[in-house]
Design a protein around this ligand. Structure first.
Ligand SMILES: Nc1ncnc2c1ncn2[C@@H]1O[C@H](COP(=O)(O)OP(=O)(O)O)[C@@H](O)[C@H]1O
Ligand SMILES: [Mg+2]
Length: 280
């Protein structure tokens, strides 16, 4: 099965700005991939290329094997833009109905009810956008992106405007979507969020991919810390597998061990190293 999203050597130049400099990225079927990077790194540009809203200057992008922007590709994606605004006067149900028309979905009222239920807006189907909190609008935006049962969801900073409770709701929703086999590319500058929910993380800086992998594989061991009667010290280069031997060697040497801790870098350390101190 072709990946939900495959970007091959994708480049984008806006006049003198090189927004993307040859990015390779794949989102496999059912995977949740986090795209991290400072402001201006090229995250939104990559997502817009996957949507077919922006044409790459070089390379190519495919959705489930179809060229990005083609009808077949567009039928398989759902997109929530970084900055979106639904008409103030529209009711939740009407917003979804409009998007069903735009997407050519025949799901009808049943699809709308199911989506509102999924994003926790079942009780707000008749509420107008103007009477919704930012978090509710964001969840309506996610429901909109799911109209027509897309294979790939492209979410550009879906939680940046949300409080911690709203973020957790979105995270739980993403986990539910993964259970359903929907593939997701999630742009975010919120490391903790990506670390908690994504199968894989790609970090881009200045238009280039600088790190990629499973969060657990990206973080590196930083040694084993032991606490003995003479205080705490770190055995550099040691990992989890070395901990039992370290402790037994210390005990055999007559030391008393009060604590042992395996240290690893956080995704934040990996990120800061990868982007070379660029701030977002
Ligand atoms: N429509 C555009 N015209 C000119 N430059 C753009 C346009 N869109 C984005 N850029 C530039 O391309 C670079 C990448 O932008 P963007 O993809 O929005 O980054 P991110 O989403 O990571 O913040 C930035 O330097 C930005 O200013
Ligand atoms: Mg952006």
């Amino acid at each position: 099965m072709p990946p939900a999203l495959a970007a091959h050597a994708v480049e984008k130049r806006y006049r003198s700005t090189a927004a993307l400099r040859g990015v390779d990225l794949a989102v496999d079927e059912g995977q949740l991939v986090g795209l991290l990077g400072p402001n201006g790194a090229g995250k939104s540009t990559l997502v817009k290329i996957a949507c077919g809203l922006v044409r790459p200057s070089g390379g190519r992008a495919e959705i489930c094997g179809h060229p990005a922007g083609s009808l077949a590709a567009r039928a398989r994606i759902g997109y929530l833009a970084e900055l979106f605004r639904f008409p103030d006067w529209a009711r939740a149900d009407e917003v979804l109905e409009l998007h069903q028309k735009l997407a050519g979905s025949r799901g009808g009222a049943a699809e709308r009810s199911e989506l509102l239920e999924l994003v926790g807006l079942a009780d707000a189907r008749d509420r107008r956008v103007e009477a919704m909190s930012k978090g509710m609008q964001q969840r309506l935006g996610l429901a909109q992106a799911l109209v027509g049962n897309p294979r790939l969801l492209l979410l550009d900073e879906p939680t940046s405007a949300l409080d911690p409770v709203g973020r957790r709701t979105v995270r739980q929703l993403l986990e539910e979507l993964r259970r359903r086999g929907v593939s997701v590319l999630l742009n975010s500058h919120l490391l903790s969020e990506v670390e908690l929910v994504c199968d894989r993380v790609a970090i881009i800086a200045s238009g280039a991919l600088v790190a990629e992998g499973r969060p657990a594989d990206l973080v590196k061991p930083r040694g084993v810390e032991v606490e003995t009667a003479s205080g705490k010290r770190v055995i550099e280069g040691a990992g989890r597998d070395d901990a039992p031997r370290i402790v037994s060697d210390l005990v055999a040497a007559g030391e008393r061990v009060f604590g042992v801790r395996v240290l690893s870098s956080t995704l934040e350390d990996v990120y800061l190293e990868a982007v070379g101190g660029e701030t977002s």
